[in-house]
Design a protein around this ligand. Sequence first.
Ligand SMILES: NCc1[nH]cc(CCC(=O)O)c1CC(=O)O
Ligand SMILES: [Mg+2]
Length: 339
Amino acid sequence: MEATPADNNTGQVHRPRRLRRTGALRRMVQETVLTAADLIYPLFVMEGEGQQEAIPSMPNCFRYSLDLLLEEAKAVWELGIGAIALFPLIPHHQKDNAGTESYNPDGLIPRAVRALKQALPELLVITDVALDPYSSEGHDGIVQNGQILNDETVAVLAKQALVQAEAGADFVAPSDMMDGRVREIRKALDAEGWINVGILAYSAKYASAYYGPFRDALDSAPKFGDKKTYQMDAANAREALKEVELDIKEGADIVMVKPALAYLDVICRIKQHTNLPVAAYNVSGEYAMVKAAAQQGWIDEKAVMLETLTSMKRAGADLILTYFAKDAALALRTEKGKA
Ligand SMILES: NCc1[nH]cc(CCC(=O)O)c1CC(=O)O
Ligand SMILES: [Mg+2]
């Protein structure tokens, strides 16, 4: 489109629309640019061979056995996504109250990490540190008389993180919300020489109803009560800053807000508060809502996905964990040159 003289000049001086006239112009003044390198793809792993199980509440997401996980990881890497976050489906007979299987050096996650690092050494592997996939109670900590024990759980988390580091994890990511776990994990890693293994801390993790589909994926819903005595109250934002400050003091390398979409204000505040990279977790329920509406034909899935992820980056997220990572990376490829 060419700039043409207006027939009717009403004398307006300020015309923000001047900067929106063409695609090249809009791209030139665009404040936020989403790229595949910003995205981290969460992947579910399970025992077996040649297995790929659908997760009904998370369309197009699967639980993969190790062999197929490697193929999926390769596809992810080839799309320009630099990191994956692993979550295990643990068979019931391996679950107990103390989450013992979480620090088995030959457990599912350590085996998956070793295989991934061997096949794709450059792909960053982030492992989840928490007890819930391993807990017979479905909680992120050891249960005693209906309470979630803090310090006893932290001791187990440190062992779990160490086993993951030994397997080759690039980052360990405590998602449990126990107090003081970042310090104990850092201490445990450093004591064994794992000084270059980073900690991505789920610092401001809310007790959210948006985690439902993820708990379907891992069969990890709490067997009693809820997670409100350790995860944060959705009503609080100042408290998120307290949690972030503590995690930074304890040695976090990256701090995270979770969920993302209903907490953009929290992402924004944390970004103003710290120079550390800030991550956001676009969680399973956020993904499921978009997928469900798209399946009904009620929204344009690709446009809503890109708008949503861009909003998280605009709010201040440097990194986004998202089940849309592959779709977004693909869309961003074909989107180039257009606007
Ligand atoms: N340690 C638990 C954990 N790690 C990641 C998620 C949720 C992720 C998602 O919903 O996508 C949860 C669920 C929970 O706290 O119950
Ligand atoms: Mg904390």
